[in-house]
Design a protein around this ligand. Structure first.
Ligand code: EPU
Length: 338
């Protein structure tokens, strides 16, 4: 267990915001976390659990205790000829876990290759990409209730998963530390290659009979070409959600903008590509000082070096206002603002 005072959070957020935490503690087991939380000086402190810091924007220093999950390990809890069930430490790197499954021939999560962050953060916002969300393989998770300090098991229905949503972003916010997640992978997987860009990439790779390995590689190729690597340019992936609007409103928009990009959503609704709206509003590639909108993907706001969280929030507000003015559509932020 390592506890630092007045610690820089720069290495722990992929946006590369320079800010600090009053206390920063790393834990490698549930008992270490319980021990930290039992210390008198932390009883009244605000607490923030960081996964890979890949879906967070700090707008100020954090006056409280930041907890870094370093719980490692991939344990087999059940296996049969069809499937394998794995309990994974919340501190495992997500992409390394997915790659491990792909290398073993266990399918279900390959479309989620290269998503930054840690396993413990994946259920928090129900990460998704290329037609698959982590809840497709999710069985249950263990979380520590930071008030009672007891471990609580959450089933899939307890988590209330939605599009980039879960109980942990809503009612359970700031209360639970996800310590491990259990996933069931398929040994005879059905591939998800309906998402247009995957089919095109497989063709370009010359693959006629895809496998989970080639699908994972296609996803890695697409993501690497469109999304900035946080090691080079600070960012948190998609900054906004793709808005879901009523079909009647969509039909009106489509008559004005025939090239608008959209996907079917729940009955009576359509999901719009926010990237298209932001690009058409003229923001793609916009830069001011050290902050801006990525040149290849308008959903991604970027920090070129010394941008502050406040500058990025301000930019996001200007984009939200402009998209509302031009298209009448409300954009909602996906990233957690602290
Ligand atoms: N588009 C534009 N301009 C842009 C970006 C997108 O016109 O600058 C249009 C294009 O027509 C493109 C379509 O929007 O075909 C969809 O773009 P893309 O496939 O890049 O996906 P997205 O809707 O922008 C979502 C997720 C991503 C995920 C991809 C692939 C959200 C908020 N974002 O983005 O997730 O990787 O689909 O499945 O749902 C993340 O959450 O951080 C993230 C990167």
């Amino acid at each position: 267990m390592l506890i630092q005072e007045n610690a820089s959070l720069f290495p722990y957020n992929t946006f590369g915001i320079r800010c600090s935490a009053e206390y920063l503690a790393q834990f490698t087991s549930v008992s270490e976390l319980q021990e930290i939380l039992s210390q008198n000086k932390f009883h009244t402190q605000s607490k923030l659990l960081l996964g890979g810091g890949s879906n967070i924007l700090f707008t100020k220093d954090f006056n409280g205790l930041v907890l870094l999950n370093e719980i490692k390990g991939i344990e087999t809890v059940a296996e049969d000829p069809q499937s394998i069930t794995l309990k994974v430490g919340g501190g495992e790197n997500w992409h390394q876990f997915v790659s491990h499954c792909v290398s073993k021939g266990w399918g279900g999560l390959e479309n989620l290759s290269l998503i930054p962050g840690k396993v413990g953060a994946a259920p928090m916002q129900n990460i998704g990409a290329y037609g698959v969300e982590q809840n497709a393989c999710f069985i249950e998770l263990d979380a520590l209730d930071m008030i009672s300090k007891s471990v609580v098991i959450f089933s899939k229905s307890d988590c209330h998963f939605g599009y980039r949503e879960s109980y942990f972003k809503q009612k359970g916010k700031d209360r639970y530390a996800i310590t491990s997640v259990t996933y069931k992978l398929n040994k005879h997987p059905k591939l998800n290659i309906e998402y247009g860009a995957i089919g095109q990439e497989l063709d370009m790779m010359g693959v006629s009979t895809p496998t989970i390995g080639t699908v994972a590689q296609a996803v890695i190729n697409i993501r690497s070409s469109k999304l900035p690597d946080p090691k080079d340019i600070g960012n948190s992936g998609s900054f906004f959600k793709n808005p879901i609007i009523e079909n009647v409103i969509f039909e009106l928009l489509k008559s004005n903008y025939p090239t608008i990009v959209a996907y079917p959503a729940q009955s009576g609704y359509t999901k719009l590509a926010a990237g298209w709206l932001i690009e058409k509003a003229g923001w793609k590639g916009y830069r001011e000082g050290d902050f801006g909108v990525h040149k290849n993907q308008a959903l991604v706001l970027v920090n070129y070096g010394n941008a502050s969280g406040a500058e990025i929030i301000d930019l996001s507000n200007r984009i939200i206002d402009d998209v509302k003015l031009k298209f009448g559509v409300d954009l909602e932020r996906e990233v957690n603002i602290v």
